[in-house]
Design a protein around this ligand. Structure first.
Ligand code: APR
Length: 245
């Protein structure tokens, strides 16, 4: 592994446009469970609570689970070493952009500023009627569902539900950066969800070297990944940081 870390650091140092693509795995060491795998959220909760059609029909029931999963769980999570190393790489000019599937806002809290939120962000709530945005900090979620102070309409977390389109800017910026990339670092994603998982694939097709950080093999590992750094995100990225700086 240490040889592969050295090789990866060499490639990153010589690169012109490195991007990162992150999934739920990078936040596991911040205490946020992944969606799939042994302790996956979808083993415990029915993904239907994040189905847009079901939500519009049953907002109260959905908000009960949304509060438990995304506000009770996530609220006191903090960025871990992995988030901080990616933020430092951006600061030192070694990472040009970061595409995340995560909605936990931990990359931003770690200091990353060029973050494409492919699935939105749980720290914002949106009124589906007037479009007004609210910070989740404005609510204690004791009374659910939260409502818009303009028109009383039920608010929806500003992250993508199943059946909902990807935010246009995030989509366009992510694929534009993937086409420019000469290195793409994938951290903590099964690669099972589309169109998100097409971002690293687009980078690969554009000739980028794909470095994958994950303790397991994924749908990327065979066809897409060039270097698999097998391990936990914070361990591997701490070692990479030592080689880079
Ligand atoms: N470090 C790195 N990777 C890890 C760690 C860790 N400490 N722990 C787990 N992983 C890996 C798992 O091996 C798995 O490959 O993280 C991945 C988590 O997979 P998913 O839960 O499927 O996460 P992700 O690929 O981001 O899911 C994509 O699915 O439900 C939707 O919108 C949701 O954004 C999410 C999307």
């Amino acid at each position: 592994m240490d040889l592969l870390i050295k090789e990866s650091a060499e490639i990153i140092r010589e690169s012109k446009f490195v991007i990162a693509f992150t999934g739920a795995g990078i936040s596991v060491e911040s205490g946020i469970p992944p969606f799939r795998g042994e302790h996956g959220l979808w083993n415990k909760y029915n993904p239907e609570v994040l189905d847009l059609g079901f939500y519009l029909e049953n907002p109260d029931e959905c908000w009960f689970y949304i509060r438990e999963i995304f506000y009770d769980f996530f609220s006191d999570a903090h960025p871990n070493k992995a988030h901080k190393v990616l933020a430092r790489m951006e600061k030192e000019g070694l990472l040009k952009s970061l595409v995340t599937q995560n909605i936990d806002n931990l990359h931003q809290q770690a200091g990353s500023t060029i973050v494409h939120e492919f699935h939105g962000n749980s720290k914002r709530l949106k009124c589906l009627k007037c479009g007004k945005l609210f910070s989740s900090k404005e609510f204690d979620f004791k009374k659910i569902p939260p409502r818009c102070d303009e028109d009383g309409e039920i608010l929806k977390p500003d992250f993508i539900f199943f059946g909902e389109g990807i935010p246009r800017d995030a989509y366009e910026n992510s694929f534009a950066d993937a086409e420019k990339a000469d290195v793409c670092i994938i951290v903590g994603s099964t690669g099972e969800v589309t169109p998100a998982s097409f971002v690293p694939r687009t980078a690969k097709q554009s000739g980028a070297v794909i470095i994958e950080i994950n303790p397991e093999e994924t749908m990327f590992t065979g066809p897409v990944t060039d270097i698999h750094l097998k391990g936990k995100a914070s361990e591997v990225l701490s070692k990479l940081e030592k080689e880079l700086f």
